[in-house]
Design a protein around this ligand. Structure first.
Ligand SMILES: N[C@@H](CCC(=O)N[C@@H](CS)C(=O)NCC(=O)O)C(=O)O
Length: 207
């Protein structure tokens, strides 16, 4: 079996996949692309992922996965003895799936409307309005996640899962000014984690 191979760039969404692989104590190689966060990837990357996005993960059998939430759910299923997420079929796993998909389609998608604004309107005079709506929508979706932290400090309770690492990453990209103390505490817990903390700092410094 080959090791996992993760395509990413520093400061991009593959951070959470790298963190999940480390939590799984899996054997993996990093392919860091020479590309700045918030910019399109080189045309040549289409060869690895036709949608030209990171994270893109090559699995040990040589097949390709993309889509952060799908990758995280898959890694948790492959490493059930590691603390990535709850067991499939449990009530906790239902919430794990719920918030994983919510974060992906509502928070991540809203964030992307700022750096990639021209994908969301054909009106050259409408770009700033799309960016403002992006920030508002990020805040609305983060408020739902913040309210779901009960009793905390993590989304599913006392134990950190890859869902929390994902939400902490998205929250650190939030550019609005609404404060979310529950998400601050969740993010602090993620940054404090012995396995994930050093990876966080390599991608995001002290953000
Ligand atoms: N739906 C994708 C979104 C991934 C995504 O937007 N990745 C960004 C980096 S954070 C990217 O590759 N941007 C380059 C582009 O979209 O052109 C996922 O959940 O993995």
């Amino acid at each position: 079996m080959m090791p996992y191979r993760l395509y990413n760039r520093v400061g991009s969404g593959g951070f959470v996949v790298e963190a999940a692989l480390a939590m799984a104590e899996a054997d993996f190689e990093l392919e860091e692309l020479d590309s700045r966060p918030s910019t399109p990837l080189p045309e040549s990357f289409r060869h690895h992922n036709p949608w030209r996005q990171v994270p893109t993960l090559i699995l040990p059998d040589g097949s390709t996965m993309s889509e952060t939430a799908a990758i995280l759910i898959h890694l948790a299923a492959c490493h059930p003895d590691k603390p990535l997420g709850p067991s499939p079929g449990t009530a906790a796993h239902a919430q794990f799936l719920r918030w994983m998909v919510f974060a992906n389609v509502n928070v991540y998608e809203a964030i992307l409307r700022r750096p990639y604004t021209e994908r969301y309107t054909t009106d050259p005079n409408g770009l700033e309005a799309v960016r403002e709506a992006s920030t508002l929508r990020q805040g609305e979706a983060l408020a739902i996640l913040a309210a779901a932290i009960d009793p905390g400090p993590f989304l599913l309770g006392a134990d950190m899962t890859v869902l929390d690492v994902y939400v902490a990453m998205l929250f650190t990209w939030y550019n609005g000014d609404t404060s979310f103390p529950g998400l601050d505490a969740l993010k602090a817990g993620v940054k404090d984690n012995d396995t994930v903390g050093p990876i966080w700092r390599r991608h995001f410094g002290d953000r």
